[in-house]
Design a protein around this ligand. Structure first.
Ligand code: PMP
Length: 362
């Protein structure tokens, strides 16, 4: 059988492993921070109608500029943005990869602050960008002075701040983002994939866009919008920044069916987002349940929790899987991550945790 080693692979990809959160079919799936609530029926009907209409013209290429979608995303985000500031692609993963294609590359450096979203170094490697690792403050926080010191130390071309941070749930203050922008002459990406789960009065980095042409704020419909399978991520930045992304995107990268489905979902934004409060409630219930069992839970502004004090994370992960609950082991010592589920899923998770937690640990 042919293996990778038999192929003339690019030297910098040799020995690398592909992104691979396990995709297992178990009753309770709480491992990749999806919204575990289905799309409401009324939205489904509208999406189906819109997709049917899009099929009438599917022999033609789609609107390369996804004009209607950029307008709908502008309306959704508010903050005085204009459609020229919006960009979208098949998931924020593709959006972020395009940023690296445009602003990274050989001789350039990414600064990322682990533990954080594991794909950032991957976009760097696949675009020939070097990776510098920044340090965090206690409890995974990022203070302005720390970010500035790390930027001055590593002189990055691209800095990514995941706000709030995956996999720790940690918020990032606007003061940290402002300080990072002021300290770098490169691009600053604020990844707000979990932005809708922040407290309602917490300001978004979108408020910092005016006068900051090197800042981009990325978002996704995969999480709060319950639209992970549709693949729609987006970004807001200066119009010149979106022009840079036009240089690297593939022609017609957003299919007419994707554009139609996303427009359908955005037309019902309040209904699509009605589960956000319920998810926050279950997240807080999960945190209280874990704390009652003796675990340490880090504060979270997202739809997931990192919990520590786990004697053997691999064994607990497997024990939960055997009980029909899939969560995530990200190799953070003594810790595991669990996404917030429905009330019923939370019951199953907490019950399994109770059964798997040695009495001595409580
Ligand atoms: N950013 C962060 C922080 C994420 O956690 C994820 C998905 N887990 C993404 C980006 C990518 O999401 P998507 O491509 O589905 O928009």
């Amino acid at each position: 059988m042919t293996s990778l080693a038999d192929l003339p692979l690019r030297a910098d990809l040799v020995g690398r492993t592909a992104y691979g959160a396990p995709q297992l079919h178990v009753p309770v799936t709480l491992n990749v921070n999806e919204n575990t609530h289905p799309v409401p029926e009324a939205v489904r009907v509208d999406i189906l109608e819109r997709v049917a209409i899009a099929l009438d013209d599917v022999n033609r290429y789609p609107d390369r500029e996804f004009t209607a979608l950029r307008e709908a995303l502008t309306d959704y985000l508010g903050h005085g943005l204009s459609p020229a500031q919006l960009w979208a692609a098949n998931g924020s993963n593709e959006v972020l990869q395009q940023v690296f294609q445009a602003f990274g590359g050989p001789g350039r450096t990414l600064l990322t602050f682990p533990p954080t979203y594991s794909m950032y170094p991957n976009y760097a490697v696949t675009t020939g960008t070097a990776v510098a690792l920044g340090r965090r403050d206690d409890d995974f926080r990022l203070e302005p002075a720390t970010v500035v010191a790390e930027i001055e130390r590593t002189r990055p071309d691209i800095t990514v701040l995941c706000a709030p941070n995956n996999p720790t749930g940690t918020p990032v203050g606007l003061d940290t983002i402002e300080a990072a922008y002021g300290a770098t002459s490169g691009i600053l990406i604020v990844d707000e994939a979990y932005g809708e789960f922040m407290p309602k009065d917490a300001p978004s980095a979108l408020t910092l866009l005016p006068g900051r042409p090197r800042l981009a704020v990325s978002r996704t419909m995969s999480k709060a919008f319950a639209f992970a399978g549709a693949r729609l991520g987006y970004l807001a930045a200066d119009p010149a920044f979106t022009d840079a992304l036009r240089l690297v995107r593939l022609p017609y990268h957003l299919s007419a069916l994707t554009q139609a489905a996303a427009l359908g979902a955005l037309a019902h934004a309040p209904l699509m987002l009605q589960m956000v409060d319920e998810i926050r409630t279950q997240r807080d219930r999960t945190a209280a349940g874990l704390e009652a069992l003796g675990y340490r839970v880090w504060p979270s502004w997202t739809n997931f929790l990192l919990f520590g004090g786990v004697a053997d994370p691999a064994a607990l992960w497997q024990g939960l899987l055997d009980a029909g609950v899939l969560i995530r082991d990200l190799a953070i010592p003594g810790a595991l991550r669990v996404s917030a589920g429905t009330a019923a899923e939370t019951d199953v998770f907490l019950e399994a945790m109770g059964a798997l937690t040695p009495v001595g640990a409580r």
